[in-house]
Design a protein around this ligand. Structure first.
Ligand code: AMP
Length: 134
C-alpha cells in the first residue's frame, strides 16, 4: 500500500518541494522544528526503516540528502544542518534535515513552528534555488 510520502513524491498529495531526482524527493516538514526543516525520502521503496533499505538506495539517499543539506546551509542562516532519523509517525524511510543554530534546535520535543503557506513557499523556493545553483 502506498504511504503518504509515496503519494507526496508522486505529486498526489501537495508538499513544499525543495529538490527531487528520479529516485529521491525532498520537501519541507509541515510541522517544522525551525524554518527550513526538510524531509528527504526515497521514491521507490516500501522500507519503513532506513537500515532495511538496499545498499544502493541507502547510499543514494545519503548522497542526495547531503546535497540538500548543502542547499539548506546556503539558503537558511544556521551553523550546521543536523541529521536525524526517527520514523515514529510515518512508516516510509525519511531523513530529517534541520538547520541548527544551537544543539537545542534538534530536540523533537520542542514546540513546532507555525508558518503560513506563504512562508513555507518562500522557504522552499529559497532552498530549491540554492539546490539548483549547487
Ligand atoms: P517521524 O516519522 O517520527 O520522523 O515523523 C514524521 C514527520 O513527518 C513529522 O515531523 C511530521 O511533521 C512530518 N509530516 C507528516 N505528514 C507530513 C506531510 N503531509 N507533509 C510534510 N511533513 C509531514
Amino acid at each position: 500500500m502506498a504511504t503518504i510520502f509515496t503519494k507526496i513524491a508522486a505529486g498526489e498529495i501537495p508538499s513544499y518541494k525543495v529538490a527531487e531526482s528520479d529516485d529521491f524527493y525532498a520537501f519541507l516538514d509541515i510541522n517544522p522544528l525551525v524554518e527550513g526543516h526538510t524531509l528527504v525520502i526515497p521514491r521507490h521503496t516500501e522500507a519503513d526503516y532506513i537500515f532495511d533499505l538496499d545498499s544502493e538506495t541507502y547510499l543514494g539517499l545519503m548522497e542526495f540528502a547531503g546535497k540538500v543539506a548543502g542547499a539548506i546551509k546556503a539558503a537558511i542562516p544556521c551553523k550546521r544542518v543536523g541529521v536525524a532519523v526517527l520514523g515514529m509517525e510515518v512508516p516510509h524511510t525519511h531523513i530529517h534535515l534541520v538547520p541548527m543554530s544551537s544543539e537545542g534546535d534538534l530536540n523533537f520535543s520542542n514546540p513546532k513552528k507555525e508558518l503560513s503557506a506563504e512562508q513555507f513557499k518562500d522557504i522552499a523556493g529559497r532552498i530549491a534555488e540554492a539546490f539548483n545553483n549547487l
